[in-house]
Design a protein around this ligand. Structure first.
Ligand code: FAD
Length: 108
């Protein structure tokens, strides 16, 4: 039976977890929520950008939601902030920071 995973955060930890979970279960549903505008960017290279060695900030971005969807079948939602975690009901309250919509996503 396939499983469903909701991941909060979409940079190093979140994206690694999502990719690993996909390898463990081809049919599982994986949704990754990131409140910022980018997923999977290189934090470690920020100093090189700030010092000017890496000119374009976009060069720090390793993956985008379209690639996550196409390559891994992972639903990566940028600009989506998790407001609260309802452990009892296994649900997240999420705010789409672009539209302002607040919605609930259940684990089951
Ligand atoms: C300048 C610099 C250099 C570094 N160099 C190295 C190095 O050489 N080697 C190394 O191993 N590590 C290095 N690191 C550390 C490495 O980048 C961190 O360990 C890593 O970024 C941590 O990943 P993370 O996903 O746990 O947290 P973060 O990178 O902090 O990502 C968490 C994400 O979760 C999102 N988020 C938080 N709350 C919510 C919410 N409620 N809803 C939705 N999204 C949310 C945030 O927007 C953020 O994008 C460096 C870090 C920096 C800043």
């Amino acid at each position: 039976m396939s499983k469903k995973y909701l991941i909060v955060g979409g940079v190093a930890g979140g994206a690694s977890a999502a990719a690993r979970l996909r390898r463990l279960g081809e049919d599982d549903q994986i949704i990754m929520f990131e409140k910022g505008p980018n997923v999977s960017f290189s934090n470690c290279c920020l100093p090189y950008h700030l010092s000017g060695q890496i000119k374009k900030a976009e060069d720090l971005v390793l993956m985008d939601p379209a690639k996550f969807s196409g390559q891994y079948n992972i639903d990566a939602r940028v600009n989506n902030e998790v407001l609260s975690i309802d452990r009892e009901n296994k649900a997240l309250q999420v705010k789409d920071l672009v539209s302002g919509e607040v919605y609930i996503r259940h684990l089951s």
